[in-house]
Ligand binder design. Structure first.
Ligand SMILES: [Zn+2]
Ligand SMILES: [Zn+2]
Length: 344
Protein backbone atom coordinates (compact mmCIF):
# COMPACT_ATOMS: atom_id res chain seq x y z
CA UNK A 1 0.00 0.00 0.00
CA UNK A 2 1.28 3.42 -0.95
CA UNK A 3 -1.12 5.23 1.32
CA UNK A 4 0.47 6.67 4.38
CA UNK A 5 -1.16 6.25 7.74
CA UNK A 6 -2.05 9.94 7.82
CA UNK A 7 -4.31 9.55 4.76
CA UNK A 8 -6.56 6.97 6.37
CA UNK A 9 -9.47 8.45 8.24
CA UNK A 10 -11.16 6.29 10.76
CA UNK A 11 -14.58 7.42 11.96
CA UNK A 12 -15.81 5.53 14.97
CA UNK A 13 -19.32 4.24 14.40
CA UNK A 14 -21.77 5.88 16.69
CA UNK A 15 -23.30 3.61 19.19
CA UNK A 16 -26.42 1.96 17.79
CA UNK A 17 -28.21 2.52 21.04
CA UNK A 18 -27.53 6.26 20.90
CA UNK A 19 -28.85 6.41 17.36
CA UNK A 20 -31.84 4.16 17.72
CA UNK A 21 -32.59 4.24 21.41
CA UNK A 22 -34.29 1.02 22.40
CA UNK A 23 -36.31 0.88 19.21
CA UNK A 24 -36.25 -2.01 16.79
CA UNK A 25 -35.11 -1.07 13.27
CA UNK A 26 -38.26 -2.32 11.62
CA UNK A 27 -41.63 -0.89 12.64
CA UNK A 28 -44.78 -2.19 10.98
CA UNK A 29 -47.94 -0.10 10.83
CA UNK A 30 -51.04 -1.72 12.32
CA UNK A 31 -53.53 -2.75 9.65
CA UNK A 32 -57.23 -1.92 10.22
CA UNK A 33 -58.98 -4.82 11.96
CA UNK A 34 -55.78 -6.81 12.31
CA UNK A 35 -55.34 -9.51 14.92
CA UNK A 36 -52.50 -8.85 17.37
CA UNK A 37 -50.73 -12.12 16.50
CA UNK A 38 -50.79 -11.26 12.81
CA UNK A 39 -49.12 -7.91 13.48
CA UNK A 40 -46.52 -9.54 15.74
CA UNK A 41 -45.61 -12.01 12.98
CA UNK A 42 -45.17 -9.16 10.52
CA UNK A 43 -43.18 -7.16 13.07
CA UNK A 44 -40.89 -10.15 13.65
CA UNK A 45 -40.21 -10.57 9.94
CA UNK A 46 -39.58 -6.85 9.45
CA UNK A 47 -36.81 -7.20 12.04
CA UNK A 48 -35.28 -10.27 10.48
CA UNK A 49 -36.66 -12.80 12.98
CA UNK A 50 -38.86 -15.67 11.75
CA UNK A 51 -42.11 -15.71 13.77
CA UNK A 52 -41.31 -19.09 15.34
CA UNK A 53 -38.45 -17.50 17.29
CA UNK A 54 -40.05 -14.15 18.10
CA UNK A 55 -41.87 -15.54 21.12
CA UNK A 56 -38.46 -15.93 22.80
CA UNK A 57 -37.68 -12.28 22.07
CA UNK A 58 -40.85 -11.33 23.93
CA UNK A 59 -40.32 -13.91 26.66
CA UNK A 60 -43.34 -16.05 25.76
CA UNK A 61 -42.87 -19.82 25.51
CA UNK A 62 -44.64 -22.30 23.26
CA UNK A 63 -45.38 -22.79 19.58
CA UNK A 64 -48.65 -20.91 19.98
CA UNK A 65 -47.02 -17.94 21.70
CA UNK A 66 -48.81 -15.33 19.58
CA UNK A 67 -52.25 -16.93 20.06
CA UNK A 68 -51.65 -16.71 23.81
CA UNK A 69 -50.94 -13.01 23.48
CA UNK A 70 -54.12 -12.52 21.45
CA UNK A 71 -56.10 -13.67 24.47
CA UNK A 72 -53.94 -12.24 27.22
CA UNK A 73 -51.47 -9.44 26.55
CA UNK A 74 -49.52 -8.90 29.80
CA UNK A 75 -48.61 -5.33 30.73
CA UNK A 76 -44.87 -6.05 30.63
CA UNK A 77 -45.07 -7.22 27.00
CA UNK A 78 -47.24 -4.30 25.97
CA UNK A 79 -44.67 -1.97 27.59
CA UNK A 80 -41.85 -3.72 25.72
CA UNK A 81 -43.69 -3.44 22.39
CA UNK A 82 -44.38 0.26 22.97
CA UNK A 83 -40.72 0.91 23.82
CA UNK A 84 -39.44 -0.99 20.80
CA UNK A 85 -41.91 0.25 18.20
CA UNK A 86 -42.83 3.67 19.65
CA UNK A 87 -46.44 3.02 18.63
CA UNK A 88 -49.25 4.12 21.02
CA UNK A 89 -50.02 1.56 23.74
CA UNK A 90 -53.77 1.83 23.16
CA UNK A 91 -53.34 1.02 19.47
CA UNK A 92 -51.37 -2.15 20.19
CA UNK A 93 -53.60 -3.15 23.09
CA UNK A 94 -56.64 -2.65 20.85
CA UNK A 95 -55.52 -5.50 18.57
CA UNK A 96 -55.71 -8.12 21.32
CA UNK A 97 -58.82 -10.08 22.22
CA UNK A 98 -58.62 -9.82 25.98
CA UNK A 99 -61.56 -8.17 27.75
CA UNK A 100 -63.41 -9.41 24.70
CA UNK A 101 -67.23 -9.38 24.94
CA UNK A 102 -67.35 -12.07 22.24
CA UNK A 103 -64.73 -14.35 23.84
CA UNK A 104 -67.25 -17.20 24.08
CA UNK A 105 -67.51 -17.30 20.29
CA UNK A 106 -63.86 -16.98 19.34
CA UNK A 107 -62.41 -20.04 17.65
CA UNK A 108 -60.33 -22.13 20.00
CA UNK A 109 -56.74 -22.24 18.86
CA UNK A 110 -55.69 -25.85 19.14
CA UNK A 111 -52.06 -26.18 18.18
CA UNK A 112 -49.79 -29.14 18.42
CA UNK A 113 -46.16 -30.09 18.22
CA UNK A 114 -45.46 -28.35 14.94
CA UNK A 115 -45.15 -31.61 13.06
CA UNK A 116 -47.54 -31.50 10.09
CA UNK A 117 -47.96 -35.27 10.26
CA UNK A 118 -49.47 -35.19 13.71
CA UNK A 119 -53.18 -34.75 14.00
CA UNK A 120 -52.80 -32.04 16.63
CA UNK A 121 -50.97 -29.77 14.22
CA UNK A 122 -53.80 -30.12 11.73
CA UNK A 123 -56.62 -28.74 13.81
CA UNK A 124 -55.41 -25.20 14.28
CA UNK A 125 -58.54 -23.05 14.17
CA UNK A 126 -57.46 -19.90 12.34
CA UNK A 127 -59.55 -19.06 9.32
CA UNK A 128 -59.09 -16.55 6.53
CA UNK A 129 -60.42 -15.25 3.23
CA UNK A 130 -58.01 -16.06 0.37
CA UNK A 131 -59.27 -13.13 -1.71
CA UNK A 132 -58.56 -10.68 1.13
CA UNK A 133 -55.04 -12.06 1.55
CA UNK A 134 -54.55 -11.68 -2.19
CA UNK A 135 -55.50 -8.00 -2.05
CA UNK A 136 -53.21 -7.23 0.89
CA UNK A 137 -49.85 -5.66 0.18
CA UNK A 138 -48.60 -7.50 3.26
CA UNK A 139 -51.10 -10.31 3.97
CA UNK A 140 -52.58 -10.13 7.45
CA UNK A 141 -55.23 -11.93 9.51
CA UNK A 142 -58.38 -10.09 10.61
CA UNK A 143 -59.92 -10.13 14.07
CA UNK A 144 -63.34 -10.83 12.56
CA UNK A 145 -62.12 -14.13 11.13
CA UNK A 146 -61.53 -15.45 14.65
CA UNK A 147 -65.28 -15.58 15.31
CA UNK A 148 -66.84 -19.03 15.02
CA UNK A 149 -70.03 -17.41 13.72
CA UNK A 150 -68.19 -16.22 10.61
CA UNK A 151 -68.09 -18.68 7.71
CA UNK A 152 -67.74 -16.35 4.71
CA UNK A 153 -66.22 -13.04 3.64
CA UNK A 154 -68.76 -10.23 3.44
CA UNK A 155 -66.46 -8.31 1.11
CA UNK A 156 -65.84 -11.03 -1.47
CA UNK A 157 -68.82 -13.33 -0.88
CA UNK A 158 -66.60 -16.39 -0.77
CA UNK A 159 -66.24 -18.97 1.98
CA UNK A 160 -63.52 -18.70 4.57
CA UNK A 161 -61.00 -21.52 5.00
CA UNK A 162 -59.16 -22.89 8.04
CA UNK A 163 -56.65 -25.24 6.45
CA UNK A 164 -54.02 -25.33 3.73
CA UNK A 165 -55.59 -26.11 0.32
CA UNK A 166 -52.58 -28.27 -0.58
CA UNK A 167 -51.66 -30.32 2.49
CA UNK A 168 -54.73 -29.84 4.70
CA UNK A 169 -52.60 -28.62 7.62
CA UNK A 170 -53.85 -25.99 10.03
CA UNK A 171 -53.09 -22.30 9.57
CA UNK A 172 -50.21 -21.62 11.93
CA UNK A 173 -48.19 -18.54 10.93
CA UNK A 174 -46.61 -18.44 14.41
CA UNK A 175 -44.70 -21.58 13.44
CA UNK A 176 -43.05 -20.06 10.37
CA UNK A 177 -39.29 -20.58 10.72
CA UNK A 178 -38.30 -18.60 7.65
CA UNK A 179 -38.78 -15.02 6.52
CA UNK A 180 -41.87 -15.64 4.40
CA UNK A 181 -45.12 -13.64 4.27
CA UNK A 182 -48.13 -15.07 6.04
CA UNK A 183 -49.86 -16.38 2.92
CA UNK A 184 -47.49 -19.35 2.70
CA UNK A 185 -48.36 -22.60 4.44
CA UNK A 186 -45.85 -23.26 7.22
CA UNK A 187 -46.07 -27.02 6.61
CA UNK A 188 -45.68 -27.31 2.82
CA UNK A 189 -44.97 -23.76 1.50
CA UNK A 190 -48.13 -23.77 -0.65
CA UNK A 191 -49.82 -20.46 -1.38
CA UNK A 192 -52.87 -20.22 0.92
CA UNK A 193 -54.63 -17.79 -1.42
CA UNK A 194 -56.12 -20.45 -3.66
CA UNK A 195 -59.76 -19.33 -4.05
CA UNK A 196 -62.67 -20.86 -2.15
CA UNK A 197 -66.22 -21.48 -3.39
CA UNK A 198 -68.80 -18.70 -3.22
CA UNK A 199 -70.94 -18.71 -0.07
CA UNK A 200 -74.63 -19.40 -0.62
CA UNK A 201 -77.03 -16.51 -0.24
CA UNK A 202 -79.10 -18.07 2.55
CA UNK A 203 -76.00 -18.90 4.55
CA UNK A 204 -74.64 -15.37 4.26
CA UNK A 205 -78.03 -13.93 5.22
CA UNK A 206 -78.06 -15.90 8.46
CA UNK A 207 -74.42 -15.08 9.11
CA UNK A 208 -75.06 -11.36 8.63
CA UNK A 209 -77.98 -11.34 11.02
CA UNK A 210 -75.88 -12.98 13.73
CA UNK A 211 -73.06 -10.55 13.03
CA UNK A 212 -75.40 -7.57 13.33
CA UNK A 213 -76.82 -8.90 16.59
CA UNK A 214 -73.33 -9.37 17.98
CA UNK A 215 -72.40 -5.83 16.97
CA UNK A 216 -75.35 -4.56 18.97
CA UNK A 217 -74.16 -6.63 21.91
CA UNK A 218 -70.66 -5.13 21.68
CA UNK A 219 -72.21 -1.67 21.46
CA UNK A 220 -73.78 -2.28 24.85
CA UNK A 221 -77.33 -3.13 23.78
CA UNK A 222 -77.60 -6.46 25.45
CA UNK A 223 -77.62 -8.60 28.51
CA UNK A 224 -74.50 -9.76 30.23
CA UNK A 225 -73.54 -12.98 31.91
CA UNK A 226 -75.00 -16.39 31.15
CA UNK A 227 -77.98 -15.01 29.28
CA UNK A 228 -75.98 -12.73 26.99
CA UNK A 229 -76.23 -13.36 23.27
CA UNK A 230 -72.66 -14.71 22.82
CA UNK A 231 -73.00 -16.89 25.92
CA UNK A 232 -76.27 -18.37 24.68
CA UNK A 233 -74.99 -18.96 21.14
CA UNK A 234 -71.82 -20.54 22.54
CA UNK A 235 -73.77 -22.73 24.97
CA UNK A 236 -75.45 -24.70 22.19
CA UNK A 237 -73.87 -28.04 21.29
CA UNK A 238 -73.65 -29.50 17.80
CA UNK A 239 -72.78 -33.02 16.76
CA UNK A 240 -69.14 -33.40 15.69
CA UNK A 241 -67.37 -36.77 15.55
CA UNK A 242 -70.21 -38.16 17.63
CA UNK A 243 -69.59 -35.68 20.43
CA UNK A 244 -71.64 -32.64 21.44
CA UNK A 245 -69.39 -29.73 20.56
CA UNK A 246 -69.61 -25.96 20.96
CA UNK A 247 -69.46 -23.94 17.74
CA UNK A 248 -66.12 -22.42 18.77
CA UNK A 249 -64.50 -25.86 18.50
CA UNK A 250 -65.90 -26.83 15.10
CA UNK A 251 -63.89 -26.69 11.87
CA UNK A 252 -65.06 -24.37 9.14
CA UNK A 253 -66.53 -27.07 6.90
CA UNK A 254 -68.78 -28.28 9.74
CA UNK A 255 -69.88 -24.77 10.69
CA UNK A 256 -70.70 -23.99 7.07
CA UNK A 257 -72.90 -27.10 6.77
CA UNK A 258 -74.49 -26.19 10.09
CA UNK A 259 -75.43 -22.74 8.80
CA UNK A 260 -76.74 -24.35 5.61
CA UNK A 261 -78.97 -26.66 7.65
CA UNK A 262 -80.21 -23.86 9.89
CA UNK A 263 -81.00 -21.73 6.83
CA UNK A 264 -82.99 -24.70 5.45
CA UNK A 265 -85.06 -24.90 8.61
CA UNK A 266 -83.30 -27.85 10.20
CA UNK A 267 -82.13 -27.78 13.80
CA UNK A 268 -79.05 -29.98 14.04
CA UNK A 269 -78.51 -29.16 17.70
CA UNK A 270 -77.74 -31.72 20.33
CA UNK A 271 -80.35 -32.45 22.95
CA UNK A 272 -77.74 -31.82 25.61
CA UNK A 273 -77.83 -28.13 24.71
CA UNK A 274 -79.66 -25.98 27.17
CA UNK A 275 -83.14 -25.34 25.90
CA UNK A 276 -82.92 -21.53 25.63
CA UNK A 277 -79.78 -21.87 23.47
CA UNK A 278 -81.60 -24.15 21.04
CA UNK A 279 -84.53 -21.74 20.95
CA UNK A 280 -82.25 -18.82 20.25
CA UNK A 281 -80.49 -20.46 17.29
CA UNK A 282 -83.84 -21.57 15.91
CA UNK A 283 -85.40 -18.13 16.23
CA UNK A 284 -82.46 -16.40 14.63
CA UNK A 285 -82.61 -18.84 11.70
CA UNK A 286 -86.33 -18.14 11.34
CA UNK A 287 -85.77 -14.38 11.46
CA UNK A 288 -82.92 -14.33 8.94
CA UNK A 289 -85.11 -14.19 5.78
CA UNK A 290 -86.82 -11.09 7.17
CA UNK A 291 -83.64 -9.38 8.30
CA UNK A 292 -82.61 -8.08 4.89
CA UNK A 293 -86.15 -6.71 4.38
CA UNK A 294 -85.90 -4.80 7.64
CA UNK A 295 -82.47 -3.39 6.78
CA UNK A 296 -83.62 -2.44 3.26
CA UNK A 297 -86.73 -0.79 4.66
CA UNK A 298 -84.79 1.22 7.22
CA UNK A 299 -82.20 2.17 4.64
CA UNK A 300 -84.89 3.35 2.19
CA UNK A 301 -86.63 5.27 4.95
CA UNK A 302 -83.48 7.07 6.04
CA UNK A 303 -82.31 7.74 2.49
CA UNK A 304 -85.66 9.25 1.54
CA UNK A 305 -85.28 11.72 4.39
CA UNK A 306 -81.85 12.98 3.39
CA UNK A 307 -82.07 12.90 -0.41
CA UNK A 308 -82.40 16.53 -1.69
CA UNK A 309 -85.40 17.09 -3.88
CA UNK A 310 -87.04 13.86 -2.90
CA UNK A 311 -90.59 14.05 -4.20
CA UNK A 312 -92.15 11.57 -1.85
CA UNK A 313 -91.50 12.03 1.83
CA UNK A 314 -92.52 9.08 3.88
CA UNK A 315 -93.38 9.48 7.52
CA UNK A 316 -90.56 10.13 9.95
CA UNK A 317 -88.88 6.99 11.34
CA UNK A 318 -90.14 6.16 14.78
CA UNK A 319 -86.91 5.74 16.73
CA UNK A 320 -88.70 4.47 19.80
CA UNK A 321 -90.16 1.63 17.74
CA UNK A 322 -86.76 0.90 16.23
CA UNK A 323 -85.12 0.75 19.64
CA UNK A 324 -87.78 -1.64 20.85
CA UNK A 325 -87.15 -3.89 17.87
CA UNK A 326 -83.41 -3.91 18.58
CA UNK A 327 -83.85 -4.74 22.25
CA UNK A 328 -86.30 -7.53 21.52
CA UNK A 329 -84.18 -8.94 18.73
CA UNK A 330 -81.13 -8.96 20.87
CA UNK A 331 -82.05 -10.43 24.16
CA UNK A 332 -85.62 -11.40 24.79
CA UNK A 333 -85.82 -15.17 24.74
CA UNK A 334 -89.52 -15.20 25.37
CA UNK A 335 -90.47 -13.07 22.40
CA UNK A 336 -90.32 -14.57 18.96
CA UNK A 337 -87.80 -12.87 16.73
CA UNK A 338 -90.09 -13.57 13.85
CA UNK A 339 -92.80 -11.35 15.25
CA UNK A 340 -90.30 -8.72 16.32
CA UNK A 341 -89.21 -8.12 12.72
CA UNK A 342 -92.02 -7.05 10.43
CA UNK A 343 -91.62 -8.31 6.89
CA UNK A 344 -91.77 -5.13 4.88
ZN1 LIG B 1 -62.38 -11.43 1.51
ZN1 LIG C 1 -49.72 -26.85 3.32
Amino acid sequence: MNQSASEITVTPARDYGNEMGQGWPGVVALAPGELLSSWLHRLAMANGVPPQYFGQVLGVAGGDWSAKLDRDLPGRILKLLVERTRLPAEDIDGLALHRDPLARLRLRQITGSGDARTSTARVNRLQYCPACLKEDRAPFFRRGWSLATRVSCFRHGCRLRDHCPACGGGIAPARQNRLLPQHFCVWCDADLRHPTLPAEYDVQRLERLIDDLLRMHVAGHGRHGKTSLPAMLGAACFAFNGEPTSISRLPHRVRYVLFRQLADGMTPLQKRSVRPAIDLWTRIALAAPKHSDLVASLSAEITSQITPGSKTRSRLPDLADLQQVIVRLHSNRRTSLATAMPAN
